[in-house]
Design a protein around this ligand. Structure first.
Ligand code: SAH
Length: 491
């Protein structure tokens, strides 16, 4: 029993810019029918049409289900034959799927990598592309197809559910969609999206997920995955929900994303907010003053600056001898590098440098190194995390590290109308995943405090506008100690 999976790639052109350049891009001659042996069957590449105006390449994979089962044995988890495979054999061959992605990756390897020795300039150019996959298994349906492809620069994303049986529409839809993508993209980008997203939609990757799958994912995701709003779902599904690997992938993507988004924008924008105010003290400065004041009031001496960015607060803390130990933590190596420069860590005397440490780490995971401090500051950090990841940060800080005092600052979105150069409805920084009003922040802070045994008070930072409140909101959390004698505390 042999069955087929199918994908076409079309482009348009003219005599000066012939569509048949597609042949160069794919490294496959439009005049030939070629066959390649891949791990799951035979892949054929041919061109149903090849003219200057329009050229279409087709990739057809003949799957050999028997070979698939044989390969499956000893490859399933723990070396046992993969039970999921029985079902796999039944529906696999009729659809584009993970296997098509594997074939795509091997047959069009150079195109995926954006290499073209004959015409090196070609892969750099975006072309009008049309990609069609007549039967794409999509767990999550057309809706998920849109969530995955809509953010990727296509002009048109069409996902039509395929009925179970055309003769009997009342039977409803199958789990397949007909996918059509149209837009001006570089072919390599389009292929790399498909290479990742076909198996993600299929969600039935049956083979053993090796640690180098993370590298493969990040290579294929280069330039589009880090900033993709669904990168959590994409990584988890691509890596067959392997928790450790997914975590590694997300950490590395976060680093990429932060390296792409320039952290310095935060300061610039804060300065702009300050300028519209009478005193013209930049908001960033007022925020640091508010934080220092709250730390002094709490009597903290060993302080964590979580999401320290370029180290402005660490620098200010170092100036006060009362702060005996200061640890800046950030997920971005680039930010930490800038912080080290700002602090002149290299040229610092021993006494000074023994007070300060910069650590790379993600606040979305518990970290033993963060336990036992008096206070932790999260200044303008929470809004850089996707909302679904906020509970992880909450647990890492309030559940695991548990300093006596936690200060959290975040923009008050109500104030945005007062910021003249900010277009209506826009967030203050491109990398902000959300901005909260006072009620939203207050609600979150109160529930965090309740869950982890803290009390919380709120402090406005910047001019407290009677209507919309202050530009920055700060929550001061204090751990409620249940023991009779609280350590280090004056009765
Ligand atoms: N605290 C600084 C910087 C705020 S910008 C200030 O108030 O100016 C937000 C910082 O949070 C960035 O440096 C970013 O790298 C860091 N960040 C974002 N997500 C993070 C995470 N999951 N773990 C650690 N740091 C993170």
């Amino acid at each position: 029993m042999l069955s087929c999976m199918f994908l076409t790639i079309s482009t348009t052109g003219s005599a000066e810019d012939p569509a048949t350049d597609l042949g160069f891009l794919l490294h496959k001659h439009p005049g030939k029918v070629q066959a390649f042996s891949t791990s799951h069957g035979i892949a054929h590449v041919f061109y149903p049409e090849a003219a200057d105006e329009r050229c279409t390449a087709a990739l057809l994979l003949e799957v050999d289900p028997v070979a698939l089962v044989r390969r499956g044995q000893g490859k399933g988890r723990g070396g046992a034959p993969d039970a999921a495979l029985a079902q796999y054999v039944n529906d696999r061959p009729y659809a584009a799927s993970s296997l098509l992605a594997v074939a795509l990756g091997s047959v069009f390897r150079s195109a995926l990598g954006g290499r073209c020795t004959a015409r090196p300039e070609l892969p750099e150019q975006a072309r009008p592309l049309r990609i069609e996959i007549p039967a794409l298994p999509a767990r999550g349906g057309a809706q998920l197809v849109h969530r995955l492809f809509d953010p990727l620069g296509w002009d048109l994303v069409r996902a039509e559910p395929v009925p179970l049986d055309e003769q009997f529409p009342e039977w409803g839809d199958s789990r397949y969609v007909r996918l059509v993508l149209e837009g001006e993209l570089r072919l390599a980008d389009a292929l790399r999206q498909l290479y990742v997203l076909l198996p993600v939609l299929d969600d039935a990757k049956h083979y053993w997920v090796a640690p180098d799958e993370v590298d493969k994912l990040l290579r294929a995701g280069d330039g589009w995955l880090a900033a993709h709003p669904e990168n959590g779902l994409i990584s988890a599904r691509y890596l067959a929900r392997h928790k450790g690997l997914t975590r590694e992938a997300l950490d590395r993507l976060e680093l990429l994303r932060l390296a792409e988004a320039d952290g310095s924008e935060v300061e610039e924008l804060d300065n702009a907010v300050g300028e519209t105010e009478e005193k013209a003290v930049p908001l960033a400065v007022r925020r640091r003053e508010a934080i220092l004041g709250a730390l002094r009031a709490a009597g903290a001496s060993r302080v964590l600056d979580l999401g320290c960015g370029q180290g402005q607060l660490v620098q200010a803390l170092l100036k006060e001898p009362a702060f005996t130990e200061i640890v800046g933590v950030d997920v971005s190596m680039r930010a930490l590098g800038m912080a080290a420069k700002r602090l002149r860590l290299e040229r610092m005397g021993e006494q000074q440098s023994s007070r300060v440490q910069l650590l790379q780490g993600s606040l979305a995971y518990t970290d033993k190194r963060l336990a036992g401090y008096d206070a932790a500051v999260l200044s303008e950090v929470i809004e850089h995390l996707d909302l679904p990841r906020l509970p992880a940060l909450e647990y890492a800080v309030f559940g695991a590290a548990r300093p006596r005092t936690v200060l959290v600052t975040t923009p008050n979105v109500e104030y945005n109308v007062r910021w003249e150069t900010l277009p209506a409805g826009h967030v203050r920084h491109g990398d902000h995943r959300f901005e909260w009003n006072r009620a939203e922040f207050g609600g979150w802070a109160a529930s965090v405090a309740g869950r982890h045994g803290y009390e919380v008070a709120f402090v406005p930072v910047g001019d407290d506008d009677p209507e919309v409140g202050p530009p920055t909101q700060m929550a001061v959390f204090t751990r409620i100690d249940t023991g009779t004698q609280k350590e280090g505390e004056v009765a």
